[in-house]
Write a protein that binds this ligand. Structure first.
Ligand code: GAP
Length: 445
């Protein structure tokens, strides 16, 4: 792992952002838990996505479909037959790899020329390995009761498409958005929370009239890129990568990835796909139900095409952390400089928006500091920290990205004002407590 990834995983563990799951039992490779600060960041990402796609628009509605669906869904969607990666195994050490993740792999390279990265041994021919987790529903472990954990949230949208469209009386073009867990038995999970076997997706299926799909595809590629930029990701770290025809998923006519330059290289953050009418057509065929849309103005029925932006919450979080992390020299109150670690997270993503810091634990100060804390925590996720020197407390807040620290000192008891310090510029301003909420609101909302 690179130094930057080491620094981020170290910080994430130390500050309770993300850490290995079931660690008291030695952990479970590729499973991660999100601690008190991590769950805030994750919720903020999901909230920002929901605000941009559902709350802020009148053409997209939300859905929360079940994770375990009828197994027929996955036959219809093509996942039972086609959702597989090429698995190779070393003849000597028996380690297993996803062929296209091997360091020497490139399109067209023959499997026979590749070698085991661990021991240099020869590798088997690739086998298609289906990524879906299979389990049983109910008390009988027989094939009739076999079900899958969903490998994408999208199929819940397709299966519910007609019910949602009719109950919410949406007219094409319109979208159905969903955020939820997905599961893939990845051959090579890794790079911290980048590729895991359990992860969360933010997906939106946008139903359009056939023939307008290419226009909407371009529209959603631009919209989704803009979302990351608006949340502060550096422009030079983002790029769009259209898929080559031979790498398209089985359902897609075109796809473009939004990629981020992670410390381990340019990698997919989110994919935007033109899924045509593939999914609705297959579900119509397999279920025998009519899934066509009646266009009243045109007086005709058709199966809509679908444009799908599909992003990962965990991957987005990794990109936000990587992009925001910096170590810099900062002036010290007592003179000279010191190194400080800063997570320059966008205010909407930062886990805590405000930290209230009483200058000391002096009993005269505490009630006033608690009053200020009550005032800010009624509106924003806020922290109260009274441990250690004020300089150390600023640094603790900087490294988890808290945009504002509010210091309550002895003067506050006289002038009913507090000092507001801004994370990035470190500028400090005296603000009357009566105006604090309004002043913070101007900069946080
Ligand atoms: N419905 C389309 C679909 O699922 P995908 O490109 O396979 O497309 C979409 O996945 C997004 O889901 C990816 O861009 C990524 O952000 C996230 N994702 C996919 N597999 C993941 C994994 N194993 N771990 C973490 N995130 C993953």
């Amino acid at each position: 792992m690179s130094d930057l990834m080491d620094a981020i995983t170290g910080l994430a563990k130390r500050r309770g952002i993300v850490f290995p799951s079931s660690e008291i039992y030695g952990g479970l490779r590729s499973s991660w838990d999100y601690g008190p600060l991590g769950v805030e960041i994750k919720n903020n990402i999901k909230r920002s996505w929901w605000r941009a796609l559902v709350q802020g628009r009148d053409d997209i509605v939300g859905l929360d479909a079940a994770i375990i669906m009828s197994p027929r869904v996955w036959e219809a969607s093509g996942h039972v037959d086609s959702f597989a990666d090429p698995l190779v195994e070393c003849h000597d050490c028996h380690r297993r790899y996803r062929e296209d993740h091997l360091p020497d792999w490139a399109p067209g390279v023959a499997a026979a020329t590749l070698r085991c990265p661990e021991c240099g041994g020869r590798l088997t021919d690739p086998k298609r390995f289906n990524l879906m987790f299979k389990t049983h529903m109910g008390p009988v472990e027989e094939d009739a009761a076999a079900v899958y954990l969903r490998p994408e949230t999208a199929q819940g949208v397709f299966a519910d498409y007609r019910t949602v469209q009719q109950s919410s009386r949406m007219k094409i073009p319109f979208g159905i958005a969903q955020i939820g867990k997905s599961f893939r038995n990845e051959i090579t999970p890794g790079n911290f929370i980048f590729r895991t076997r359990e992860f969360e997706q933010m997906e939106m299926e946008y139903f359009v009239e056939p023939g307008t799909d290419e226009k909407w595809f371009e529209y959603w590629v631009e919209e989704r890129l803009r979302w990351y930029l608006d949340l502060g990701i550096r422009e030079e770290k983002l790029r769009l990568r259209p898929h080559e025809p031979d790498e398209l998923a089985h359902y897609a006519k075109a796809a473009t990835d939004v990629e981020y330059e992670f410390p381990f290289g340019w990698s997919e953050l989110e994919g935007i796909a033109n899924r045509t009418d593939f999914d609705l057509r297959r579900h119509q065929e397999f279920s025998g139900e009519d899934l066509t849309y009646f266009d009243q103005e045109g007086d005709r029925r058709y199966l809509p095409f679908v444009v799908e932006p599909s992003g990962g919450v965990d991957r987005a979080m990794l990109a936000f952390l990587v992009d925001a992390y910096r170590v810099e020299e900062a002036p010290k109150a007592s003179g000279g400089t010191e190194r400080r670690t800063v997570l320059g997270l966008h205010r909407d993503i930062a886990p805590m928006k405000v930290a209230v810091l009483p200058l000391s634990r002096n009993e005269a100060l505490v009630p006033e500091a608690r009053r200020v804390f009550d005032l800010v925590k009624a509106r924003w996720m806020s922290d109260y920290d009274d441990a250690g020197s004020i300089g150390r407390r600023y640094r603790r807040q900087d490294e988890v990205g808290t945009p504002f620290c509010v210091t309550v000192d002895f003067e506050s008891l006289e002038d009913h004002a507090v000092t507001v310090r801004e994370r990035d510029t470190m500028t400090q301003e005296r603000v009357p407590i009566a105006q604090l909420a309004r002043r913070l609101e101007e900069r946080l909302n």
